[in-house]
Design a protein around this ligand. Structure first.
Ligand SMILES: Cc1cc2nc3c(=O)[nH]c(=O)nc-3n(C[C@H](O)[C@H](O)[C@H](O)COP(=O)(O)OP(=O)(O)OC[C@H]3O[C@@H](n4cnc5c(N)ncnc54)[C@H](O)[C@@H]3O)c2cc1C
Length: 384
């Protein structure tokens, strides 16, 4: 068992660190404050291959393992979890489209997605179907030109700013087996975008509801086969959960780095904060939890890459553990800064706001426990 990164992986992580320092760090606070979706920055990320890190090579993706993708996302999230997280969603959709898209879809969208010239949203959640996503009601009815889509989606990241929507819709009966996945051009007639949601964090990416009213989809825009959509959506989310967990690890590392420096600089009672054992212990726990979360995420990435049958459970465990531990680490870093941690002059309050949602989306952390519990109790699997 080798826990060390290869030279190539270290170089890849360094490239992401440089990109984060040059293209994200100087702007992250302003994008958050002004709610700017940095489209050109995604195109620049695309030039480095960061928009199709694990997308298959036949569409121009790098086809790299999830671990390599995690290295990139972690570096970016250390300075801007919101922008990094949108990049992860885009990568997830690029992988899904590249893996299950028809030739026509790949021809039309492959290049654009992996280059970051065109961006994608993942549309599963509906107003009445959140954690119970398999109860979704958006319907795609077949007609002579393909399918006609009607229904609505909620909380869609990037909606209104992206070019392609990956939409899960019902083509059959109730339950997961009646759901199919479609690649839908975001400007198709009949699509309307609702109001821009006002959020606690993740402000550099838009979140909007979407309504579909008699949207015509060509037959070859179906991903995989009819009735496979929920399965594909969940496969996408296995990797998505590693990505979100990684963004939490990155943010926590960023927060920890700032807090460690601050403990040497700030003096109270005539001594630097670093001399107070209570704060030393806090910092020690933070770094311990960050390292534990990172290793758990990398283990899950390895399970997914090696097609381990328990990969879904490992991804759920990693997502739950990393997003909980790392959110707490961001809070602790803020606490170490005292009142200054509450001010926007420092990045701590933004890192706290941005990582909070990681406990909620791509499956809430309660749902992550449901997945793990189902595996160990109902299926009797011994996860070791
Ligand atoms: C900023 C943001 C961006 C998002 N982006 C996207 C996106 O791009 N695409 C997309 O499809 N969705 C997206 N989502 C939606 C997100 O995935 C859902 O909000 C999430 O899955 C939870 O669904 P819900 O909000 O309907 O909560 P509900 O399902 O109503 O859950 C409410 C509470 O009940 C708990 N709960 C539910 N069922 C159970 C159970 N069986 N056992 C125990 N507890 C349970 C939940 O954990 C939660 O605490 C986004 C959400 C946010 C906030």
């Amino acid at each position: 068992m080798d826990f060390e990164l290869s030279d190539e992986q270290q170089a890849f992580a360094q490239a992401a660190r440089d990109f984060a320092a040059g293209e994200l760090a100087p702007h992250a606070a302003r994008w958050d404050e002004e709610g700017i979706f940095p489209r050109e920055t995604f195109a620049k990320a695309g030039e480095l291959g960061f928009c199709g890190i694990y997308a298959p090579e036949h569409i121009g993706g790098l086809g790299l393992p999830r671990l390599d993708a995690a290295l990139v996302f972690e570096e970016m999230a250390a300075v801007d979890p919101s922008t990094a997280a949108f990049l992860t969603i885009h990568n997830m959709v690029a992988w899904m489209v590249g893996t299950w898209g028809s030739d026509a879809i790949l021809k039309e969208w492959g290049d654009g997605l992996v280059s970051g010239q065109q961006l994608a949203s993942y549309c599963l959640t509906e107003p009445g179907a959140g954690s119970d996503a398999a109860s979704l009601k958006t319907r795609a009815l077949p007609n002579d030109k393909g399918y006609v889509l009607n229904g609505s989606k909620a909380f869609i990241s990037g909606a209104g700013d992206t070019d392609l929507l990956l939409v899960m819709a019902r083509t059959g009966g109730e339950g997961a087996a009646g759901i199919s996945a479609f690649a839908v051009p975001a400007n198709s007639p009949g699509i309307t975008y609702g109001r821009l949601e006002k959020k606690m964090g993740w402000n550099s990416q838009s979140t909007r509801p979407i309504t579909f009213e008699n949207v015509q989809i060509p037959a070859d825009h179906l991903l995989g086969r009819e009735g496979e959509g929920f399965k594909l959506a969940m496969k996408g989310l296995d990797g998505g959960r590693i990505n979100i967990a990684t963004c939490s690890v990155g943010a926590a590392q960023g927060a920890y780095d700032v807090a460690r420096t601050y403990m040497h600089e700030r003096e109270q009672f005539g001594r630097p904060l670093a001399s107070f054992q209570a704060l030393q212990f806090k910092l020690a726990d933070m770094v311990t939890h960050i390292v534990a979360a990172r290793q758990m995420v990398r283990l899950a990435a390895h399970k997914l890459d090696s097609k381990d049958p328990q990969a879904t459970a490992y991804c759920a465990m990693a997502k739950r553990l990393a997003t909980d531990l790392c959110f707490q680490a961001c809070l602790d870093a803020q606490q170490i800064h005292g009142g200054y941690g509450y001010l926007k002059d420092y990045p701590l309050e933004r890192l706290v706001r941005d990582t909070r949602v990681h406990q909620i989306l791509e499956g809430t952390n309660e749902v992550m426990r449901v997945i793990v519990a189902r595996q160990i109790l109902n299926k009797g699997v011994d996860l070791r």
